[in-house]
Write a protein that binds this ligand. Sequence first.
Ligand code: F7E
Length: 339
Amino acid sequence: MQNKTALVTGITGQDGAWLAKLLLEKGYTVVGAARRNSNRNLYGLKYLGIEEQVKIVDMDLLDYSNIYDVITTIKPDEIYNLAAQSFVAASFKQPLSTGMVDGMGVAYILDIVKTFLPTTKVYQASTSELYGKVVETPQKETTPFYPRSPYAVAKQYAHWMMVNYRESYNIFATCGILFNHESELRGKEFVTRKITNHVAKYSLGDKEVLRLGNLNSSRDWGYAKDYVEGMYLMMQQDNPDTFVLATGTTTTIRDFVNHAYNAINIEVKWEGDGVDEKGFDANTGEQLVMVDPQFFRPAEVELLVGDATKAKEVLGWTPKTSLDELVKIMVDHDIKLNS
Ligand code: F7E
């Protein structure tokens, strides 16, 4: 058992909860940071049975003095920066605050670590969104970036600041370029959980039509619980580096819908094109899905598929959960939650 302290920012998010659970199992003291909020959502920690074991502190990535206070008081051995405005669609509406939190917030953390706690290891949640309008498939650590949203542009700044502090000041600044990773703790604004939650409700009798945006975009989806193990392994290395975590398989949104309805024994039949495309129950003919342009993005990331060979070779990391297993976990959870 180790006796280290980890500061996990973004503790109220999906990854924060899964990572906190893993670190507690490894013997860490876990301090979780979250923006101050009168109605803080600790569902993830409660769901995983660790609410009592994680000390929560208020931390706002827009406020240097607040970050300084938290980091220099806790003196963590490891900082996992999972906090972000992480919803790509929202970043088009809030490009400036997204830039401040997702970009500048990381620079604050790095500079505090460099100046006051230079042996503290820092993990940054970089993202497959950096590849955006991809210039190479599959995408790996050496693939050039082409960000397609204010979210991804901010994350690119953060990513290169990590690399720059690593190279300039010998800070242990490691980046995980994680492809989409989902779970029953995913926010309902993200497409996977939106779909599984809808399908769960449908199976319980709520027959509303599911409204989605671009059905053709394709994502490399894994299980968040597997991915936090990769984060932890990256931080146990002797040297800081950058690693891709991905499954190597890509699936369209349309196919994810198929998987989700299959989990409740419904086969979806698709008809029409573009905004007129519709999904029907192949047995009853009832309409299940329609396209709603309000969910289109000003610029779309059409296809992501990652190559995690380096993580496998250096960290011994591989994803354990298949897409079918993931969909089943999410649909079953949402059926329970809505029952
Ligand atoms: O969209 C399409 C949408 O919002 C996936 C974040 O964790 O992963 C996530 O970013 C795709 C896009 O996730 C709807 O246009 C269609 O092509 O679930 P999402 P994301 O944008 O891939 C990366 C790795 C991150 O780093 C991010 O922080 O699905 N799509 N119809 C839709 N998306 C949503 N949300 N809602 C729809 O109705």
